[in-house]
Design a protein around this ligand. Sequence first.
Ligand SMILES: [Zn+2]
Length: 65
Amino acid sequence: MRKLRLGDDVDDHCVKCKRITNHVIVSLVDERPAKVRCRSCYHEHDYLQGVAPPPRRRMQSPKDA
Ligand SMILES: [Zn+2]
């Protein structure tokens, strides 16, 4: 695997665009992307490794069911 550097492009899931977009690496930890910024909307977020986070749902405790 090639070494990643700050400013490199990576594909990742953008939570704003709700799709895989080009991202710029803005933070690296152990040579892996920690934070990335979407090239489309400039939203900055933790690197998700291209995996969409689970949809936000209202948390419901079992005792309320
Ligand atoms: Zn985006």
